[in-house]
Design a protein around this ligand. Structure first.
Ligand code: ZN
Ligand code: ZN
Length: 358
């Protein structure tokens, strides 16, 4: 079986290539249909990665967020069913010969409180394995999640991103009255805020969003919003802070987050930075702060999140995240146009790609 793939050869340069679809017994063949571009994909596309990483990873098929339909069934999936394609394949699933059990794979797989998203043998689409901009991929059925009725494609395509926010806090108990600060006004912050408000039930008055753009902040209708320029966060006031910005602003945000936390507070690091960042450890020591890194999500979170999306209020908010235009991708050029627009950052929301390479 062959797959037609759009491959990133080097930054800003896509090309079409034919690839053999691997033939692993017991795995399904899936046709990716609707995808969403992640900041991680844009870092490859624009060359905003360390030179060494680019040299090692390219050429590569990008995109790890998306849904598809089953072409060749496996497990309990039927032909034609809509599924979310889970991009994280832990070692014990992709190489059972080498890692026959979770325990023999790694600490992340063995211990659910760490999670198999931190598997040291992980295969992750569009990171160390080809991603979804291709006509067919083979995928283990354990890493597919059925989309429930009532959750339409545009929303389901965002599941991966929601699971990352969900994974960050699913085991955190938010005490009544605990104040929460989220730094950032983009879609990652928005989804983090949605999860906190509607899944962890943090009251609106305790959920404060700090951003730079009044226009973007106006989308957070279900939380209190503050422009950091005119109303910076109160010092020593918050129990939890979330860094959802990443990139060149990470350092400022981490500093602000640590100042805003009170004694014993927790800072969750969600944004990704490509450079090393100095951190004022004295503040961590004095206030006994906990910094927690959040990366990816385990497959177990997907059905839980998809089930949560049946909540009408949450669903309505998630529906407002995709950018109004869905980009049709039928060749390397149209894929490049979608990525150029996504990289322009002249919009709010997530860029969706409708894949049709036939
Ligand atoms: Zn992503
Ligand atoms: Zn593992």
């Amino acid at each position: 079986m062959k797959s037609t793939a759009i491959v990133l050869q080097k930054p800003y340069e896509f090309a079409i290539e034919e690839r053999d679809v691997s033939d692993v017994e017991g795995w399904a063949v899936v046709r990716p249909l609707l995808l969403s571009i992640c900041a991680a994909d844009l870092r490859y596309y624009t060359g905003y990665r360390r030179t060494e990483a680019l040299r090692q990873k390219l050429p590569m098929v990008l995109v790890h967020e998306g849904i598809g339909e089953i072409v060749r069934p496996a497990g309990d999936f039927r032909e034609g069913e809509r599924v979310v394609i889970i991009p994280a394949i832990p070692g014990y699933i992709h190489s059972p010969d080498k890692f026959p059990s979770k325990e023999e794979c790694c600490a992340g797989c063995a211990d659910e409180t760490l999670g198999e998203n931190h598997c040291t043998n992980i295969r992750f689409l569009s990171s160390n394995a080809d991603g979804l901009t291709q006509t067919l991929i083979q995928h283990p059925p354990k890493c597919l999640s059925r989309i429930p009725d009532g959750v339409e494609d545009n929303t389901a395509a965002l599941t991966e991103l929601i699971t990352v926010a969900y994974n960050a806090v699913k085991n955190v108990h938010f005490a009544p009255g605990a104040k929460v600060a989220i730094f950032g006004d983009g879609p990652v912050s928005y989804l983090m805020a949605c999860v906190l408000r509607f899944i962890k039930i943090v009251p609106e008055e305790d959920l404060h969003i700090f951003g730079m753009s009044d226009e973007k902040l106006s989308r957070f209708t279900f939380a209190r919003t503050c422009n950091v320029e005119s109303c910076p966060p109160k010092n020593d006031h918050y129990a939890y802070a979330f860094e959802c910005v990443g990139g060149i602003y990470s350092q400022d945000v981490i500093e602000s987050g640590m100042k805003a936390l009170h004694l014993g507070g927790s800072l969750f690091l969600i944004g990704v930075s490509e450079t090393e960042i100095p951190v004022d450890t004295r503040v961590i020591l004095e206030k006994r702060l906990t910094l927690t890194g959040v990366s990816r999500s385990p497959r177990q979170d997907y059905p839980e999140v998809l089930e949560r999306l049946r909540d009408k209020e949450l669903l309505a908010l998630v529906r407002s995240i995709p950018y109004s235009e869905i980009f049709d991708v039928h060749d390397a050029e149209s894929c490049g146009r979608a990525f150029d627009f996504a990289a322009s950052k002249k919009y709010w929301g997530k860029i969706l790609l409708r894949l049709d390479l036939s």
